[in-house]
Design a protein around this ligand. Structure first.
Ligand code: PLP
Length: 374
């Protein structure tokens, strides 16, 4: 039996083995392991790549989101509009600051926040909207921007899954007030452990995040804010800097894999709905997530497993239904039904860079076999 893993970067990392070791040696010899030159160099490269004014390397994507909200002074009594279909970290940061996530439905076309639903849920207490670019494609940035301007809200972009994605040729993470990136190993720029980044064009926010990430200290032992340890490691930054020049190539590989799926699985459209790259957008395909109709999702997943093909469900349970969110969040009496439906239908297939054409072909043959029973 062949094996198709959901994710495996070993072939990509093998080719960069020597530069990785060189980068580690430089850091080890420097004796500086937290922030410092390696992080500054990585931040400069990221600032240039994103076309924004400031970036700050931090400890994880979850911490980047938390820092973004802390910098915006989000606190008890504030409401934050959040999509209900996303990773937990998008909204847990809101609750950790004592504020209230307000669950907004998502659109099936791009899995992004539904601004029409947000219009029904915005109030005088709403401070910000968190726009998640889920699975590697930007949400409807134009609609989110118009909505935020009309209601005078901050936009926090959750770019964890979409580094390199574009909307109208502008990089994800440069549209909003502040953007949060993740370098969790499966992300478009996957690191070697945890890491994240905050991006903004606002110098005051940037300076506040800089301070918050070192326990809120403006200078040593002068704590202006109640910050925390949100620092990026030097080794992490040095290794990420080696991979950064290749990130577009990784995205191109993901795009080629997606194109293959589109061609091969297109005829199955009555049984499944394929994800689409929408107009004005550049999709990075961090995930290739199909929707399986007629309650066949779990059966398809088990069938693929028998063929040695890994797949996964991002996300089986929406955030509004999570136990720890009860009593601390609200859907304002309008349940996010679209998100609930997606949670029952989605299935993410292997799409990582380095996936071979044989593995892709094998996966498509198995999926066709499941539906056509041949
Ligand atoms: C949409 C989204 N937001 C936030 C995060 C959190 O990032 P990290 O794992 O780096 O803390 C993730 C990571 O899985 C994510 O997918």
């Amino acid at each position: 039996m062949r094996r198709v893993p959901l994710f495996d970067l070993s072939s990509i990392h093998e080719g960069l083995h020597d530069p990785f070791l060189d980068a580690c040696s430089t850091v080890i010899r420097s004796g500086n392991f937290i922030l410092g030159r390696a992080v500054e160099a990585f931040e400069r490269a990221m600032t240039q790549l994103l076309g924004c004014k400031f970036t700050l390397g931090v400890s994880s994507g979850s911490d980047a989101l938390l820092l973004a909200l802390m910098a915006l002074d989000v606190r008890r009594g504030d409401e934050i509009l959040c999509p209900s279909f996303t990773f937990f970290a998008t909204a847990s940061c809101v609750v950790r600051l004592g504020a209230t996530p307000v669950w907004v439905d998502v659109r099936a076309e791009d899995f992004g926040i539904d601004v029409e639903d947000a219009e029904k849920k915005v109030s005088s207490r709403t401070k910000a909207i968190i726009s998640v670019h889920l699975f590697g494609q930007c949400c409807d940035c134009q609609a989110v921007q118009g909505f935020a301007q009309r209601h005078k809200l901050w936009i926090v972009e959750d770019v964890a899954q979409a580094q390199g994605a574009q909307y109208d040729q502008r990089q994800a993470g440069s549209w909003g007030t502040i953007g949060a990136f993740s370098f969790f190993p499966t992300k478009n720029l996957g690191g070697f452990g945890d890491g994240g980044l905050v991006a903004t064009n606002d110098i005051k926010l940037a300076e506040k995040v800089r301070c918050l990430r070192v326990h809120g200290a403006a200078q040593r032992y002068e704590h202006v804010y109640l910050g925390g340890n949100f620092r990026m490691d030097s080794l992490q930054a040095a290794l990420l800097s080696v991979k950064l020049p290749h990130v577009n190539d990784y995205i191109q590989q993901r795009r080629r894999n997606a194109q293959f799926y589109q061609q091969q699985l297109g005829p199955l459209e009555p049984f499944i709905t394929l994800p689409q790259e929408l107009p004005h957008r550049y999709h990075t395909w961090n995930q290739y997530t199909i929707r399986v109709h007629n309650n066949q999702r779990n059966a398809l997943q088990s069938f693929l497993e028998e063929y040695g093909i890994e797949s996964t469900v991002y996300y089986p349970k929406t955030l509004d239904l999570q136990a720890c969110m009860q009593g601390v969040s609200t859907d304002k009496g309008i349940a996010p039904h679209g998100a609930h439906a997606l949670a029952n239908e989605v299935l993410s297939l292997p799409i990582f860079p380095g996936l071979t054409s044989e593995q892709l072909e094998y996966t498509c043959v198995a999926i066709r076999k499941f539906f056509t029973k041949q």
